[in-house]
Design a protein around this ligand. Structure first.
Ligand code: CA
Length: 235
């Protein structure tokens, strides 16, 4: 039921990009491919990936430049980035330089090893992606059993509200625009009006707030929504 983690593969060698896409999809990731540095920045802007696999030597903007610019953006500041480098040439520099990457893999690499490294990075940085149960504040979502609890009580949600909550709980405090929520919950190939999101957020809020319970969902004017239990508690 969990949304697949999305990986942005940035690789200018078409055959390698294809091979990576094939293997990552087989692992259950949702994969987008960019063939040069500028395209990578555009694709990441459209929708922030959960992880970036980034080649060092790229046309238009180098891997290091892409890494630096992704880090400068709010929405990809903490996104795990794994660099792919050619043996000998740049791996020492990657090792020695603080370029903001989380890990690096030297080409040629074994696909099994690369996938294991990506799983490790995912687990370390976003444990929620690998787990069936996520807790944020007093809210617990059990994705395997498809159940939600707040404190001692069970929360009954429709399937769309469940998916919205699941997505928000994977990234607590992160603000999602209506368009980003539409992509994540309904899929980018489905046409749904942005205000439909507001309707479902309204239902989700109503189900999550009973009696004196705080509102766990923060509305950020003209930006979108986030799950923010700390702020709710402080308010
Ligand atoms: Ca390259």
């Amino acid at each position: 039921m969990a949304n697949p983690a999305s990986v942005l593969v940035v690789e200018d060698e078409a055959a390698l990009a294809e091979l990576l896409k094939y293997n990552l999809e087989k692992e259950g990731y949702e994969v987008r491919v960019a063939m040069d540095g500028e395209e990578a920045l555009v694709v990441a802007k459209e929708r922030a990936p959960d992880l970036v696999l980034l080649d060092w030597m790229l046309p238009k903007a180098s891997g290091v430049e892409v890494c630096r610019r992704l880090r400068a953006r709010q929405e990809t500041r903490n996104t795990p980035i794994v660099m792919l480098t050619a043996r000998g040439e740049e791996s020492d520099r990657v090792r020695g330089l603080d370029i903001g990457a989380d890990d690096y893999v030297t080409k040629p690499f074994s696909m099994t090893e690369l996938l294991a490294r990506l799983r490790a990075v995912m687990r370390r940085i976003r444990p929620a992606l690998a787990e069936d149960k996520i807790c944020v504040g007093d809210i617990v979502i059990d994705r395997a059993a498809h159940r939600v609890r707040r404190g001692d009580r069970e929360v009954h949600l429709g399937p769309t509200e469940f998916r919205i909550l699941d997505h928000l709980m994977q990234h607590p405090s992160r603000v999602f625009s209506r368009e980003q929520l539409l992509d994540a919950v309904w899929g980018s190939d489905v046409y749904v009006e942005a205000r439909t999101v507001d309707v479902h957020i309204g239902r989700l809020r109503k189900a999550l707030m009973v009696g004196a319970e705080t509102d766990p969902i923060r509305t950020v004017r003209s930006a979108g929504y986030s799950l923010d239990l700390e702020n709710a508690d402080a308010a």
